[in-house]
Design a protein around this ligand. Structure first.
Ligand code: HEM
Length: 509
């Protein structure tokens, strides 16, 4: 494979140089439509500066433009495989999902790349970073918490918070804000409350207080710092210097975060196994040798549930609201679908919202154009090396599928930068879209365990928002809202929307 034989470890480089090197060609460029990209599929041309050093990668990362940079590289070289650092390759070909993340008989697993994910702050792996054996043991027990039966039992908890969201948004219309609300905050508050309840047996009280709980703030207030530290880990010298440079306030916050996690989990453990939440099955399987979690692993996973299960849902809902408000035809079509499916609000249930094809197409289209998982699920090729997309890749090489780059590529999607839910509904113009590359919940044994819960929340909230309100973008919202930085997740700008209660004829009600 071109360019993979000569992978060399990177010598230490100064971060100051990296930061001053911000004019690298391609960095932060908006993707361009490249004619003939499809025909060029199969060529592998590593970008020279990215192949030579980590600097372009790190610059893109600290600028919050890593997905944009990777996307621009794929387009510039019109190639589904590019080198993004001396030891890392990015793939945007649908076949790569099964090779990198799937089960392949006779092949060793590709383990998570801790250079990208970082080590867990308490030193104990959660599902996300655990090596295969530990992952299999933990996933076996945690799967019970996300089974169909468990999900059905959790539905009343979820529905309760959605009711609360809608009720409080109606109150905003009659309150001093006259219906002007930042929906990013409201979606986040609701999703945190749900995950707090399912993980710790009590909500974070975000909807009630209309503020972020300090536990949540310590994580999300520091995403930029965590991302910056991840960038520093690429340079051996900085790896050693950095711990001494972390401000005491941040260290204290991390300690407080873990102390609060321990207290929350311990309090939940005392409640036993009667609640239909994530912890009951974990407690029930406590003595099962092949499928149980150690106490510290419960902490790591509880923390993961909150991070993975809240921000993702809020991102998809915020993005969908924004794109619907930008596309009046799409908004009209989804409203018609909801109005013709239901005659009263109590008919909008977890089951009935699963039968709304246009609503699902809108949520999928948001996952394509504004994907939630932006780190690219980085893994390392096992020491003996292996093939990916028919190409030999040496052992130890980092490989990844960057969802943003894959979904914005004209090689994979027609009109990649346009929001078109119809592409998911057999529209002939989009018949050649490569849907095999679209895996917003990842694939294989390490795919998203919370997919059903995520789908339930996004479908239910979107249907009830449209049933209850007409929405209009406020002037306070940046017209270029989707131009955002990425530090592990999208740094979402406020999405201020003017809500009005939707008028319905008495007959319909
Ligand atoms: C729109 C909603 C969601 C999307 C798009 C999404 C996407 C993903 C993706 C792409 C991964 C793989 C991450 C990686 O390997 O680095 C993942 C993993 C995970 N997700 Fe989700 N997720 C969503 C909702 C949820 C919810 C509601 C939960 C509930 C707790 C959840 C819990 C998890 C967990 C625990 C993992 C790690 C699984 C493992 O490594 O075995 N997710 N998710």
């Amino acid at each position: 494979m071109d360019g993979t034989k000569d992978i060399k470890p990177l010598s230490d480089l100064c971060l100051a140089a990296a930061i001053s090197h911000t004019n690298s060609p391609g960095l932060g460029d908006k993707p361009r439509h490249t004619r003939g990209a499809r025909a060029a599929k199969g060529r592998t041309e590593p970008r020279k500066s990215a192949a030579a050093s980590n600097i372009p990668y790190v610059v893109a990362q600290v600028r919050g433009k890593l997905p944009h940079w990777v996307s621009a590289l794929h387009e510039t070289y019109a190639s589904p495989i590019i080198r993004i650092s001396p030891t890392e390759l990015s793939f945007i070909d649908g076949e790569a999902w099964k090779d990198i993340y799937g089960y392949r008989s006779g092949h060793a697993p590709f383990e998570k790349d801790l250079l990208v994910y970082g080590k867990p702050p308490n030193g104990v792996h959660s599902l996300l970073t655990a090596p295969k054996e530990d992952h299999t043991r933990m996933r076996r027990v945690i799967d019970h918490a996300f089974s169909d039966k468990a999900s059905r039992e959790q539905e009343p908890i979820v529905t309760g918070y959605v009711d609360n969201l809608i009720k409080r948004l109606h109150n905003q219309i009659s309150g001093p804000n006259q219906g002007q609300v930042d929906v990013v905050k409201w979606y986040n508050w609701m999703s945190f409350d749900i995950i707090g309840d399912l993980s710790f047996g009590q909500s974070f009280g975000c909807l009630e207080t209309q503020t972020y709980h300090p536990w949540v703030e310590t994580i999300f207030g520091n995403l930029k710092g965590i991302s910056f530290m991840g960038a520093c880990n690429r340079f051996t010298i900085l790896q050693y210097i950095l711990p001494c440079l972390i401000p005491k306030s941040i260290k204290r916050m991390i300690d407080e975060h873990w102390a609060a996690t321990t207290a929350n989990v311990d309090r939940r453990l005392e409640l036993g196994t009667d609640r239909p939440d994530f912890m009951s099955p974990i407690i029930k399987h406590n003595n099962d040798e092949k499928a149980s979690l150690r106490h510290e692993e419960m902490m790591s996973n509880a923390s993961l549930f909150v991070i993975a299960g809240s921000e993702s849902v809020a991102t998809n809902l915020s993005g969908t609201t924004y794109y619907l408000l930008q596309n009046s035809d799409t908004m009209r079509r989804i409203t018609e679908e909801i109005n013709s499916a239901f005659t009263s609000e109590d008919q909008i249930t977890p089951q009935s919202v699963a039968n709304l094809p246009y609503l699902q197409a809108c949520l999928s289209e948001t996952n394509r154009i504004y994907p939630t998982a932006l780190t690219g699920q980085a893994v390392r090729v096992p020491p003996a090396g292996d093939t990916v997309c028919g190409q030999w890749v040496p052992g130890g090489t980092g490989v990844t599928i960057n969802q943003y780059a894959a979904y914005r590529s004209p090689t994979n999607f027609t009109d990649p930068n346009q929001y078109v839910p119809e592409r998911w509904l057999e529209n002939p113009r989009y018949a050649s879209d490569d849907k095999s590359v679209f895996q917003p919940f990842s694939a294989g044994p390490r795919n998203c365990i919370g997919k059903n819960l995520g789908n339930l929340e996004t479908r239910l909230v979107l249907a009830r928002m449209i049933w209850n309100f007409t929405m209009e973008l406020s002037e306070e919202t940046d017209p270029d809202w989707e131009d955002q930085q990425v530090f592990l997740s999208w740094q979402k700008k406020p999405l201020v929307v003017k809500l009005k209660a939707r008028q319905r004829s008495k007959k319909r009600l």
